[in-house]
Design a protein around this ligand. Structure first.
Ligand code: GDP
Length: 520
């Protein structure tokens, strides 16, 4: 098969959600779809999935913090589906954000009973900033939730994106009857634990369906659909692909209900790998030479295997095991002999990969997050990975002052690698670390102990709102104190860590001339 054909088979996406919205449940359903296809060659399978207690779930439960990221892949019809896990819960970290730079689209799960929650909002903003197409799955229709129209309004207002309901629910919770599949022009009937049934619109008139069609909820939903058809936004694949419109699906990952319809439609619309921006212009995914960038480095938490794995998003050409590539930042050439695909818990050797695929390579302590690897003579860098504004801050010191040399070296390397962000207090010069999630501190501490042999202590500063100052202006240091801590970042820019929104507002009111910038 040609490189072009390989690229056109690939669909690489991540599922984002707030904890408990149903990401694990939905992912499992999708793996079930993949698994059944492999064994039985059919899409619609029995409900009692063999995959329910799949291996990766077991590993997920036991994993601690060692396997925070994985890629799941399977064949679906003629497609190669790559799902990137975006860890949630206490595992939330900058890696979670960076994973979004390696996908071509995103599925956003919203819990119908809760609407948009904090973590969804954060991840969504990153997708919007990067123009990643977003598909929405509103989950838990089997429970009493918010009204569908209210949910759409909330998405449009809070997230500032146009919505297009691909289907429309009839009732909810105990009164949930099913959905109108606007795209496939059929009614999908919810049958509790039994498999859903599909009734084409034109057959709804038949007497045998009167039991459903005569219900008030059905009639009400029918009217709503008619209204949407007439007065709602038009569907535009172009707007979806540019991240301006999100197709919305309703269903239940647990029942499961509406998952097949969602996945079929989503996967047919989701983009294949697109050309990507580099410092030397766009690079086509099917151009002959291999290139890719590192979006994550995982130091193995298991002291028995002190290896580091760099995760590469392949962006062009063909990756072949054993090939030589150039690290764009230094010009140094590396032979990629130990390549692996981190499929959930297992590491399978990868012999070849194409744009859209994610591979893990052994890192001889040479790579940094954001590095570009290229085959051949070309010289370019993929768009710099964005830095994300940290929210949690801690002062860090070495327990043993005699170890300050290792301490500084460790911090420098871990910061350079992108594991955590570093700031220095303007007055005291003390080291302040910034992260988006608590996990980053656990990993930092662990790695300082195991890789640099330094025990570290943290002094919590807590959640802060960082705002950068205009770099051209001279700062009046007397304006700042503990509640509005003046620090500088790695590049020497001054910023203020405000204790809370109140402190920020107060400062703004009292210093109207000082400009403050938010990074995201
Ligand atoms: P995650 O934290 O986003 O991965 O969420 P999980 O998939 O672990 O789901 C959180 C909880 O919600 C679990 O108890 C699930 O069984 C439940 N859940 C997930 N999907 C549904 C659904 O469609 N309906 C109902 N009633 N519960 C669901």
């Amino acid at each position: 098969m040609s490189i072009k054909e390989e690229v056109q088979k690939r669909k690489t996406f991540a599922i984002i959600s707030h904890p408990d919205a149903g990401k694990t449940t939905l992912t499992e359903r999708l793996l079930l779809v993949g698994n059944l296809i492999r064994t039985a060659g059919t899409v619609k399978g029995k409900k009692s999935g063999k995959f329910a207690t799949s291996d990766w779930m077991e590993i997920e439960k036991q994993r601690g913090i060692s396997v925070t990221s994985s890629v799941m892949n399977f064949q679906y019809n003629d497609l190669q589906v790559n799902i990137l896990d975006t860890p949630g819960h206490e595992d939330f970290s900058e890696d979670t954000y960076r994973t979004l730079t390696a996908v071509d689209s995103v599925v956003m799960i919203i819990d119908a009973t809760k609407g948009i929650e904090a973590q969804t909002l954060k991840l969504f903003k990153v997708c919007r900033m990067r123009g990643i197409p977003i598909f929405t799955f509103i989950n838990k229709l089997d429970r009493e939730g918010k009204e569908p129209l209210a949910l759409l309004e909330e998405i449009e207002e809070v997230l500032d994106i146009e919505t297009y309901p691909m289907n429309w629910p009839v009732g909810m919770g105990k009164r949930f009857l099913g959905i109108f599949d606007r795209h496939g022009k059929q009614f999908v009937k919810f049958n509790g634990n039994e498999e859903e049934t599909y009734i084409p619109y034109e057959d709804l008139e038949k007497d045998e369906h009167q039991e459903i069609t005569s219900q008030t909820a059905f009639e009400a939903a029918q009217d709503e659909v008619a209204l949407l058809d007439e007065a709602g936004d038009q569907f535009s694949l172009e707007a979806v692909l540019s991240g301006e419109q999100t197709p919305v699906f309703f269903g239940s990952a647990l029942a499961p209900f509406g998952v097949d319809i969602f996945f079929d439609t989503f996967i047919s619309m989701a983009p294949t790998p697109q050309p990507r921006k580099t410092t030397e212009g766009m690079v086509e995914p099917d151009s002959p030479e291999f290139s890719g960038f590192i979006f994550k480095i995982q130091a193995n938490m298991n002291p028995a295997h002190r290896d580091r794995i760099a995760f590469i998003r392949v962006c062009s050409g063909k990756f072949e095991r054993g090939m030589s590539v150039k690290l764009s930042r230094t010009g140094k050439v590396f032979k990629l002999s130990q390549s692996q695909q981190i499929v959930a818990s297992t590491r399978e050797t990868v012999d070849e990969a194409y744009a859209g695929d994610i591979i893990g390579i052994y890192d001889p302590n040479a790579y940094q997050i954001g590095d570009t690897l290229i085959e051949g003579r070309a010289q370019f860098n993929y768009d710099e990975l964005p830095q994300f504004p940290p929210e949690l801050f801690k002062k860090v010191t070495a327990k043993n002052v005699m170890k300050s040399k290792q301490f500084k070296k460790g911090i420098e390397q871990l910061v350079q690698e992108g594991a955590i962000q570093l700031f220095r207090d303007k007055r005291t010069e003390s080291y302040i670390l910034g992260a988006v999630g608590e996990l980053q501190y656990d990993v930092f501490k662990y790695r300082m102990e195991n890789e640099y042999n330094v025990d570290v202590m943290f002094d919590t500063i807590g959640e802060r709102i960082p705002r950068w100052l205009n770099s051209d202006e001279k700062v009046n240091e007397s304006l700042f104190d503990e509640r509005k801590l003046l620090v500088r970042d790695r590049d020497g820019n001054n910023l203020v860590l405000f204790q809370n929104q109140f402190a920020l507002n107060w400062f703004k009111e009292n210093n109207p001339k000082i400009e403050l910038f938010n990074r995201l």
